[in-house]
Design a protein around this ligand. Structure first.
Ligand code: ZN
Length: 371
């Protein structure tokens, strides 16, 4: 390994310090996500559950109107959230989905339907105009290598606006970045996260890029006095967050995985991010930029949860973390109007020269996974 390679991997879980939010490693080379995970033991989860019950009691309504909004994609975490709010807490949630123009998987379509069917919940789906989606996704891909920047803002903004308009204060999101290495989660509020997404510069950025004011509704934050009327929370504060536990519970309530439909390259499971085909290109782009993508994400969680050991994680990461699924790439370029050649020419800009070098016209990583 070259001395100047600017990447370090956590001794416990292999998460690299290039992951946003987990750059802080302790003196023993352990990442913040692992340190946060260890703190779970000292948390009084019974007390947290009581806090959740109290919060639900505060917003529970006797008149039959919706008492909370659950933004859902249809994924296993969404299914778990609806289970928690409707089955465990006895609430009457309204589900809100922000759609995506990439091709939906069969499992994704079924799972979204399942939420309305199995749990008997009403549901609103909001879709961006395809023309707008194409414009903003192309811009964010070409400028930042982060194609879904606009859509991911809309995923937080639109449900917030709907909550305010419909007068449903409680909003329930899944886990916060704390699970993946951001510092301290001192309460359950998701408001800080939402506010962070809406920096004025972002709106100015889109205006400068030729997106009109009329097209920015989905990511424009409501006025501050309106925001005071809602209470967005992270469920991960109240229950120890586990994607495998969520998957187990979701399956009992009709959630299906991708195993019988599509074996994805660069993945070690069939139940995360399975709703839309082209969507996962967004995640893959972390690889040229930061030297890791989904296998590292998932393997590090599994190691923390004791599902796999470190050598197994390492083997999977080395074998597959660099792989971009071809079908996902095809869906991505088709939807956005690129040729495959154009796609790779754009990706070319984002290879992090500190982490990768070109050998015989192909990018090779300069780092390995030893300390
Ligand atoms: Zn770690």
């Amino acid at each position: 390994m070259e001395d100047n390679v600017k990447i370090k991997h956590c001794k416990k879980c292999l998460m690299p310090n290039t992951r946003l939010g987990s750059t802080v490693f302790d003196d023993d080379g352990v990442c913040q996500a692992c340190l946060n995970y260890e703190k779970r033991e000292s948390i009084n989860w019974k007390e947290r559950k009581k806090e959740l019950e109290n919060l639900c009691d505060k917003y529970r309504r006797e008149d039959g109107y919706y008492d909370c909004i659950v933004p859902v994609s249809g994924g296993k975490d969404s299914t778990f959230l609806v289970y928690m709010m409707k089955v465990k807490m006895g609430m009457n949630p309204l589900l809100v989905t922000i759609g995506c123009p990439f091709t939906q998987t069969k499992a994704g379509a079924k799972n979204l339907m399942n939420l309305k069917d199995t749990f008997g919940c009403d549901h609103i789906q909001f879709d961006l105009s395809i023309d707008l989606f194409r414009k903003v996704t192309r811009i964010a891909f070409e400028k930042f290598g982060e194609p879904l920047r606009f859509l991911e803002s809309a995923i937080f903004t639109m449900p917030t606006k709907i909550a305010i308009k419909l007068g449903i204060p409680l909003m329930v999101y899944g886990e916060s970045d704390y699970e993946y290495g951001s510092a301290e989660q001192k309460d359950c509020s998701a408001m800080r996260h939402i506010l962070k997404l809406f920096k004025n510069e972002d709106i100015n950025f889109w205006l400068q890029e030729g997106i009109s004011k009329k097209e920015l509704n989905a990511i424009t934050l409501p006025p501050e006095e309106d925001l005071k009327r809602i209470e967005p929370i992270f469920m991960g504060y109240f229950v120890p967050w586990s994607s495998t536990r969520n998957f187990e519970i979701a399956k009992r309530y009709g959630f299906i995985d991708l195993a019988h439909e599509w074996k994805r390259e660069g993945y070690i499971e069939d139940f995360e991010q399975i709703d839309y085909i082209g969507y996962i290109v967004h995640h893959w782009l972390k690889y040229p930029k930061f030297g890791f993508q989904r296998i590292s994400d998932i393997a590090s969680r599994y190691v923390r949860e004791g599902i796999i050991d470190l050598p197994t994680a390492k083997k999977s990461i080395i074998e597959g973390d660099h792989k971009l699924d071809q079908r996902a790439m095809e869906d991505f370029v088709h939807c956005l109007g690129y040729t495959v050649k154009e796609f790779w020419d754009i990706v070319e800009r984002f290879w992090n020269r500190d982490l990768f070098e070109k050998v015989d016209d192909a990018w090779r990583k300069k780092f390995n996974y030893e300390e």
